[in-house]
Every structure is written in C-alpha cells, then in structure tokens.
Write a protein that binds this ligand. Structure first.
Ligand code: GLN
Length: 478
C-alpha cells in the first residue's frame, strides 16, 4: 500500500469508498508517523479513542455501502485538534501550567459536528502558552519544530496542528486564529489555513483568548480539503450568540473565476520590513493571477500602521477579563494558601506564563478608570477606522492579495526574548481580524533556503466561498 498519510481528505474518502483500505489502516498509518516524529507536535495522543472511532467509522462505511448510500466526507478521516478546543473527557491544557491537568467536561461545538460526521481524533496538538505568541515556542511542553527545517520555528500559535498536517501526522487539523495563529504557521509550514469570518464558526468550547477576535478554522493539505472542513464546522450555534447561519449562496464556490475578478493589492503591506525574497514570491503569485485574467488594482489601507497597537490594547483587555476565571478555585492549578488572596496569588503566580502575565497587566491597565478613555476607548475608535479601510477597499475590489508574514520561518530562539519583535510577526495577519474578516494562507512558493512562503487572500464578510474558489484556481497555477 502506498503512503496513506500523503492522501488528501478527498483522496482518502475515495479510497475508503472503493475499499482500498480501511479507516483503521489510515489511522494506524498516522499514529505510526506520530510515534516516529521528533517535532513535538502533540501534547496528548488519543490512540485508543482514535482506533475505536476508526472501527466505528469502518462499520458505518460498510453499512452505507450495503445500503447504497454515501457517507460523510470526513467519516473515518484522522485529524488533530489544537489543545485549546475541548473534547469531552480528554485533557485540555492550552499548553499552560494553570490548565496542565484540566479535563474537558464537554465537547466544543466543532467537535460535536466532527463526531457527527464520523471523524477520528488522533489527539491534541501543541500551541504557544494560552494561544499567545507567534512561534510555537512558549508551550510548557516545549517548542514545536518546523518540518521543513528543524532549526526553525513552525510559527504560532497553532504550531502543533500545522506542523502535524505538514509532516503527515494528521490528514487535517483544527486551529484557532485570534491575530494570525492559523495563517502565520500555515505560511511557515507550507500548507493551507483559514481564519473564517468572525461568527462563521461557533466558539463554544474554545478556551477564550480575546473573544471579539477568536475563531476556530481548518488547517489542511490543499484548498479542496479546506472547503470540506470549513463546511463541516461552520454554522449557527445556539451556544454562541455571535455565530451566524450561512445561506446556501455563501457556501457554494462555483460562481467565481480569476478572469472576472478584481484583486486589490494593499500598498501598505509591501512596505519597509517585508523581506525581498518574500515580496518576490508574493508578487509572482499576483502576476500569475493577472495572467489568468484577474484585474490587479493597487489600493490603500491607510490605518494599517495602527492595527498592531490597537490589537495589543483590545486583545489584552479581553484577556484580562477572560482569564480572571482561572483563579485557582474553579479551574486548574490550585495552590494552598493561608487566606483566599494567598490562593489567588500563588495559583495565578505559578500558573500563568510570562507573556500571559504581561498581557493581563497591559489589559487591566487599559481598562482601569482614568486610563480607559485614553487606551481602550481609543483602541475601539481605531478599530472602527481599520474596519472602514476594508469597507472602502471592498467597494472597489473583490479580494485582497498580500503576504501573510514579512519573513519566512525564523530560527528557534531568535525572537523569544524580544516580545515586540514577536508581536511584529503578525503585522499582516492582525488588521483583518479587527474588521472580523476572513483570511486564508496558501502556499505561494519557497525561498532559496527551502522555506515556504504563504500568500494571504482576504475577502469580505462571509465570502469564504469566493476566497476558496479563487484559491483553488490559483493553486493549480502556483
Ligand atoms: N500572535 C498573536 C498573539 O499573540 C496571535 C495569537 C493568536 O492568533 N492566537 O496575540
């Protein structure tokens, strides 16, 4: 049997349908790769659960075949889940000391949806501590490595999910993206990652980072797989009031062609700081779209330079509120103390990593009386400006093309002691999040050193279908 871990979801589905192999074969092939791996992709491998689910999937497939019925595309396909998304009765750590031994008491909505499809869960993947970071290095379980070059970071924070898919340790994965955590590692590891429109996917059962920005999204080997997973996990959920029902127009991808498309290229994303090799690859991809008939229009998003500082006020403000629940009483690590305050101080003091503490302090400060207007309120106003920039852009063009990251995967340790330079890694992935827009990272080429570079495609709200249709056409040209 050829290497089953190389198959896309669609190919694996066909194989299962034709009886070329079983879901158990597929699952064992991935588990074998996970065992051999030295990338530190998984925090928890749920081997027993995976094999049980695969056996059940094989039974379901056999039954469907006997009845002449189809079975869901994700049935029997092994996947990996970022360790900040709850799977009932499985440890969910967020790679943080404070949740090191936390067992999830229920399934996230996306997990319920995947279970209903007959998915197979291989395990929970590594991430930056509490999904804050951009390198995959701050997990209490140690750094994940980039499969293309083990001296490099895989990007973060969905580091384990992305490295696992890129290294053949899962057919696909789920990650979460607050400021870039799906797209930036997808770019660094040469695969596909989608941060959906805010509200397209339920956040119920995702450990909150910054609630007005967090979205769960697919991490896949190609665009077709991304469509399949996005369709499976998206939709209205009564457990998340911000979730939205997509209509059938918003899900179908057949109406769009490069030939009839206007593509905006934001000039602020090609400014100082962008590495020339990355620029060359991205401009090359844009040229290919132009040759295929797309109209390329240079546009301006003038508030871009304020997006990062705005994010680092709004994000930490929400973090300081969200993480207050991790108090040593209700969840996770609980240290003994003489009085209640002692318990709080010790549990939080030992449980939160340095970046988390930094953000809680920044956020608490920004929200405190006397500073609220100067920081939090101001940041909300700037957020509005960033949103308006995009609104104007989408009155002139259909999609935006730009880089995901100013540079390819950097060296392990390179930015770890310099928070500001780590924050700058997300300079191109953050602005669209402030506007609640969807963004995709797809492979556009490699540097001379063999490091992948991702092209970012940004669409208007709930236009994932347009992004994916165009990305699929472009995938064949790149
Ligand atoms: N690097 C960004 C941050 O640290 C993004 C994180 C994320 O998207 N979860 O906030």
């Amino acid at each position: 049997m050829s290497d089953l871990t190389k198959l896309t979801i669609k190919q694996a589905h066909e194989g299962l349908k034709n009886g070329d192999f079983t879901s158990v074969d597929l699952t064992r092939a991935y588990l074998e790769n996970i065992k051999k791996s030295d990338l530190n992709t998984f925090i928890t491998v749920t081997e027993e659960l995976a094999v049980q689910q695969a056996i059940r999937a094989d039974e379901r497939i056999a039954l469907s075949k006997a009845e002449g019925q189809n079975f869901p595309l994700l049935c029997g396909i092994p996947c990996a889940i970022k360790d900040n998304i709850l799977i009932d009765d499985i440890k969910c750590t967020a790679a943080s000391k404070i949740l090191e031994n936390y067992i999830a008491p229920y399934d996230a909505t996306v997990i319920q949806k995947l279970k209903a499809e007959g998915a197979v869960f291989l395990g929970k993947t590594n991430l930056d501590d509490s999904a804050m970071g951009a390198s995959g290095e701050t997990s209490i379980f140690g750094a994940t490595k980039n499969p293309h070059n083990k001296t490099r970071v895989p990007g973060g924070t969905s580091s384990g999910s992305v490295a696992a898919v890129a290294a053949g340790e899962a057919a696909y994965a789920l990650g979460s993206d607050t400021g870039g955590s799906i797209r930036q590692p997808a770019s660094f590891c040469g695969i596909v990652g989608l941060s959906p429109t805010y509200g397209a996917v339920s956040r119920y059962g995702l450990i909150a980072h910054a609630s007005s920005l967090d979205q769960i999204g697919p991490i896949t080997k190609n665009i077709e797989d991304c469509e399949i997973v996005f369709e499976a996990i998206s939709g209205k959920d009564k457990m998340d009031a911000t979730s939205v029902k997509l209509n059938s127009d918003e899900l179908q991808t057949t109406n769009y062609k490069l030939q009839t498309l206007r593509i905006g290229v934001p000039k602020e994303y090609f400014a100082k700081g962008l590495e020339p090799e990355v620029e060359k690859i991205i401009r090359g991809a844009i040229k290919k779209a132009e040759t295929a008939g797309a109209k390329i229009i240079e546009i301006s998003l003038p508030s871009t330079e304020y997006a990062l500082p705005c994010y680092y006020i709004i994000g930490p403000s929400e973090i300081s509120a969200n993480l207050a629940r991790l108090d040593g009483i209700r969840y996770g690590l609980s240290e003994n103390g003489k009085a209640l305050l002692d318990v709080y101080l010790k549990s939080k003091g030992h449980g939160f990593g340095p970046e988390i503490k930094r953000r809680i302090m920044l956020g608490t400060y920004s929200l405190s009386s006397g500073y609220y207007d100067a920081y939090y309120k101001k940041a909300q106003e700037v957020r509005q400006l960033v949103r308006q920039d995009f609104e104007k852009a989408f009155s002139k063009v259909d999609l935006l093309f730009c880089p995901v990251s100013p540079f390819p995967a950097f060296k392990l340790g390179e930015k770890l002691d310099d928070p500001l330079s780590m924050y700058l890694a997300d300079i191109y992935t953050i602005p669209l999040k402030l506007a609640g827009l969807p963004g995709l990272s797809m492979p556009a080429g490699k540097t001379q050193d063999g490091l992948p570079v991702g092209l970012q495609i940004i669409g208007n709200h709930f236009e994932e279908n347009k992004i994916l249709a165009i990305a699929e056409e472009l995938e064949k040209l790149l």
